[in-house]
Ligand binder design. Structure first.
Ligand code: UDP
Ligand code: MG
Length: 329
């Protein structure tokens, strides 16, 4: 029995071990504050007997081009809380998070972004909610006043569109959440290539709860989610979780066919009346209109076929190049 286990049993209740998983892509500016804040939080939680001593922080370097990995590696030599996972290249936030989560050996894990825009005071609340019997605790942004108007507007449109498309996700929740060991093991059973974690987690089930906070501004570095990546994430979320767009296409096809039927009847009647000199405009407009719709629909269908193609390859989602820090298994 290790010292930590004895400590756990002495208090009489189960004290869970916690790992905080932080994906980092070019985060050299944000890293120092992130490290010191999270280390302080672990110190406090351990002192208060909320979590056990074998808790730690996992920093995942997602193919950074700056010296983020050096910072992680150095700190894992000096700070016993730090474990580092270096991916072989940039795989994107969602995959980096999955890579970090795959190395978790603790009772609970909490994922958070390196810029600490999400309120770290919620970590304690999340742990409390876990101890009340929840397997999943979602961090939910109560207000977005610190986001730019553009970011707020696009985010709102994103959630509205997603729910319209039938994606079941917690509104204003990103990737700040607590997972119990069994919730994490369930998440790891999702073998898909196209991952949108915040859409997958609600599918797991189990008892869950939310903690609310207001999001801070990014203090160091800049957002690694430009509009292009946000759009890619939205498309990924929709196409990997729902086939509603395909159904909409079928419905649209039906509507257009009905329209075509009406048009045929109309043109036949015109012909019977001998009144057939119809305008060039209407022909051109309908050709372009139908051509446009067909191309759009083909594009959406193609997106799904592309997804199937990628899924059938079952390529590895990431490669872990290096690990640093103590193995606390
Ligand atoms: N991130 C990552 N890989 C990427 C892009 C982002 O690991 O390819 C990380 C980034 O370092 C941060 C988190 O994902 O910890 C969220 O990114 P960011 O804060 O830039 O997004 P925003 O808050 O602007 O949506
Ligand atoms: Mg951020």
């Amino acid at each position: 029995m290790t010292r930590d286990n004895i400590n756990t049993t002495l208090v009489g209740i189960d004290i869970p071990s916690l790992s905080i998983v932080v994906p980092c892509h070019n985060e050299k500016e944000a890293f120092p504050r992130c490290l010191s804040t999270l280390s302080d939080i672990l110190d406090n939680l351990i002192t208060e007997n909320k979590i056990s001593k074998n808790s730690y922080i996992i920093f995942v370097d997602d193919g950074s081009r700056d010296n983020t990995w050096n910072l992680i590696e150095e700190s894992s030599a000096n700070n016993s809380y730090v474990q580092g996972v270096k991916l072989s290249r940039n795989c994107g936030h969602q995959r980096a998070l999955m890579a970090g989560l795959s190395t978790v050996k603790t009772d609970i894990s909490i994922s958070i972004d390196a810029d600490l825009q999400d309120d770290t005071r919620c970590i304690l609340q999340m742990v409390e909610k876990y101890r009340q019997g929840n397997d999943i605790v979602y961090g939910v942004r109560e207000d977005r006043s610190t986001d730019s108007t553009f970011k707020r507007g696009t985010a709102n449109a994103f959630y509205k569109f997603m729910s319209l498309m039938g994606v079941n996700q917690i509104e204003n929740h990103a990737d700040y959440r607590l997972l119990s060991r069994r919730a994490l093991e369930s998440l790891m059973q999702f073998k898909e290539q196209n991952i949108y974690i915040r859409g997958m987690v609600p599918m797991i089930g189990y008892q869950s709860d939310k903690v609310f906070y207001s999001r801070n501004e990014r203090l160091e570095g800049e957002s690694k989610y430009p509009l292009k990546k946000m759009l890619a994430l939205a498309i990924e979320g929709i196409t990997s979780l729902t086939v509603t767009p395909l159904r909409l296409i079928a419905a649209l096809g039906f509507l257009v066919s009905m329209l075509a039927l009406i048009m045929s009847i109309y043109t036949l009647i015109q012909k019977l009346h001998g009144d057939v000199i119809e305008g060039w405009t209407s022909v051109m407009v309908s050709i372009f209109f139908l051509g446009g719709i067909q191309l759009l629909c083909l594009g959406v269908i193609g997106e799904y076929i592309g997804k199937i193609y990628l899924e059938t390859k079952s390529r590895p989602k990431y490669f872990i190049e290096k690990l640093s820090g103590n193995d606390r298994s």
